[in-house]
Design a binder for this molecule. Structure first.
Ligand SMILES: [Zn+2]
Length: 169
């Protein structure tokens, strides 16, 4: 069973083209110790349209804490390629606007909101403005990398240099 995935923005490039804006223990504290980043940051000036990466259902829209305005979409993807689709959750953060509400069914490529600087992205400027995108196994994940996969699992390609363009764009 092949399930089509598309990118969340029209043009998708990792923030500043830097690995520390990808998934994993990629960031450093001031003392040099490593700390996690839970998703991928895609460069996006506020007001950039965001799209559903797959057909699915909106399971949460909320505005809270470091993530600011968030949309969570449950979708199916054959993650382990065993022929059975597994439920996954696409998580969009720091939005300025949500165009969907909890319970809505969405189609891949449907606009679900717009990027912004909400939560701890407040005050970001220029190329640091971004969509924070996570791939989760549960809708509300805790801190750290738990309950998450690298978005590489669905996108297959990490656009550090040239932006990846949305297939439907
Ligand atoms: Zn981020």
């Amino acid at each position: 069973m092949t399930i089509a995935i598309d990118w969340p923005l029209d043009a998708n490039r990792i923030r500043r083209g830097m690995l520390n804006h990808t998934f994993g223990m990629v960031r450093r504290n001031s003392d040099g110790s490593r700390r996690p980043h839970q998703g991928w940051d895609f460069e996006a000036k506020p007001g950039t349209p965001c799209y559903a990466v797959a057909d699915g259902q909106v399971v949460a829209v909320r505005n809270a804490g470091a993530y600011g305005l968030q949309v969570v979409i449950r979708f199916l993807f054959d993650f382990d390629d065993d022929g059975d689709a597994d439920p996954l959750f696409a998580f969009y953060a720091h939005l300025s606007r949500a165009d969907v509400k909890t319970g809505d069914h969405v189609e891949r490529g449907q606009k679900i909101g717009e990027t912004g600087n909400s939560g701890n992205a407040r005050g970001m400027r220029g190329a640091d403005q971004h969509l924070h995108f996570e791939l989760r196994t549960v809708p509300i994940a805790g801190r750290g990398l738990g309950n998450r996969y690298s978005p590489m699992a669905i996108f297959r390609h990490c656009p550090l240099d040239a932006p990846a363009e949305r297939l439907a764009a």
